[in-house]
Design a protein around this ligand. Sequence first.
Ligand code: GLY
Length: 385
Amino acid sequence: MMTAPLPAGAPITATVGLGERSYDIVIGRGLLSSLGRRIAALKPGARVAIVTDENVAPHYLAHCETVLREAGIPSAPVLVPPGEGSKSVTSFERVCDALIAARIERGDLVVALGGGVVGDLAGFAAASVRRGLDFVQVPTSLLAQVDSSVGGKTGINSRHGKNLIGAFHQPRLVVADTALLDTLPARQFRAGYAEVAKHGLLGDAEYFAWLEANWRDVFSGAPARGSAIAPREYAIWRSIEIKAAIVARDERETGERALLNLGHTFGHAFEAAAGFSDRLLHGEAVAIGIACAFEFSARLGLLPPADAERAVRHLAAVGLPTHIRDMSGAQPGGDALMELIAQDKKVQRGKLTFILVRGIGAGFVARDIDAGEVRAFLGEKLAKA
Ligand code: GLY
């Protein structure tokens, strides 16, 4: 196993370098216990609102309140129903009202304790109430720890599509306690792993090779060997490092940040075809989307078919879906998928933008992709079902 440059057991830190808005992401087992101390140091005298959902609250809300109280920080809980339905204008209004009713002001702090939905919703409420409150992300899912809690994308869904209402609002701190993943259902962990693999596949071939060799230990939460960081913590840290570097260079996605959407244009179409339901979790849709991005790149002659096969083989090895036929229930047809892809926000003047690859770890933004080529690729893929 590759050795990371920190002693075993110590929290690992990554930094998003954005000048005076820079912030740390601390990663390690049991870090929730340090939340009060960290917030007291970050914002002395702040009061806190903890936004969380009804699935996470029974596991972690009381502990979170206790560690804040022990650090002398008063807190008020704000609960929302679990699931994507909470990324709605109605929930947003409720959270904003609750923050105002709890008298959370500019000197105070919002804590987002939950997965991607809670982080996106609480972050957007923090961006909006009193024209901007500070917030801290405490992600409780693998997907939120390696992706959605980092980078400042916050928002809710519109009836026209996902994440169409929102703001860039960077957190002041991200506390990724890997012990919180112990209560995550296996399917959710696996879906989050699609975003872990994505970071290697888009930008770091060596990291991807490490994942191929060590993914079982990442899944099992195997302890550290010798002076190395434990494999799960290492994978989370390395994914965040890759994302943080990209965000630092292109916070508002005018260019390079789009690389983080590898697998997402195809993936969103599959997710939409499944009605954004449990039939296909976001990470599962991204896994099929990444497989499509690699296979489509190979079809265009951009990378050797063996590289596409290698990427797909790894996703399949961890148990992720890699083919449209892996969706449960009725499968979408090629025309329906094209319509969903065309509705995606990455369409400009009739040409489609995709994140394609020239090799493992060599993603690039392809802005001039002909819709006909995509339709032909999907037709071939569906015919192989
Ligand atoms: N999840 C993609 C991004 O943060 O840009």
